[in-house]
Design a binder for this molecule. Structure first.
Ligand SMILES: [Fe+2]
Ligand SMILES: [Fe+2]
Length: 196
């Protein structure tokens, strides 16, 4: 199949645009989390932003790998979200977006790429889909614990809470309001997904 006439070419461009926008939205969200005192959450969301830019780069490189170094103006017909809101709601919306990418859009693009004979592109979509599903899990856990006011509460009795600023560990049912070692706020304490 001629790449220039393929649906895969448009899907790659559409995915590149989506990843760039996700990366931008996560940076906005990380800034909001930081401003609200959730420093560790902010760092987690910045890592997601970084991941999305790495995905964008892979899609971008595939277009030049198949289309040459000077591909011009790929027209794409797609819709993208432009929503704002409270941190808690934004986490939920982004989690849904990740689920949609990971479970539906990218697997579908992978199937199309396979049908069109672009096996490596199909594999790329499949690999990135797995990451988006893991992003969905992270954002869903953040949303659930933030909205239920249990971000820094243990569900298993006393457990170790670690300050991400100074590394001190406090064994308790809840992360301290301020770190006993460095005096930074509770927002610096690590959110431990394994025991949420
Ligand atoms: Fe991504
Ligand atoms: Fe993602």
């Amino acid at each position: 199949m001629d790449f220039q006439k393929s649906i895969t070419k448009e899907n790659l461009a559409r995915s590149f645009a989506a990843e760039c926008q996700e990366g931008a939205r996560y940076q906005f969200l990380a800034k909001k989390a930081q401003q609200e005192g959730y420093q560790y959450m902010s760092a987690l969301i910045r890592t997601l932003a970084h991941n999305e830019m790495a995905h964008a780069e892979q899609f971008f490189m595939k277009i030049s790998e198949y289309g040459g170094a000077n591909v011009q103006n790929i027209d794409i017909n797609a819709g993208y979200p432009f929503r704002t809101g409270e941190l808690c709601d934004a986490l939920k919306l982004e989690a849904e977006n990740e689920k949609n990418s990971g479970e539906s859009i990218y697997p579908n693009f992978a199937d199309i790429a396979r049908d069109e004979g672009f096996k490596d592109v199909a594999e790329l979509f499949d690999m990135i889909a797995l990451v988006e599903i893991s992003h969905n899990k992270t954002l869903t856990e953040l949303h659930n614990s933030l909205c239920s006011n249990s971000l820094y509460k243990s569900k298993v009795g006393k457990r170790p809470f670690k300050c991400d600023n100074c590394g001190t560990v406090v064994q308790d049912k809840c992360a301290p309001k301020t770190c006993p070692l460095c005096n930074m706020g509770q927002g610096y304490y690590r959110i431990d997904f394994s025991i949420l």
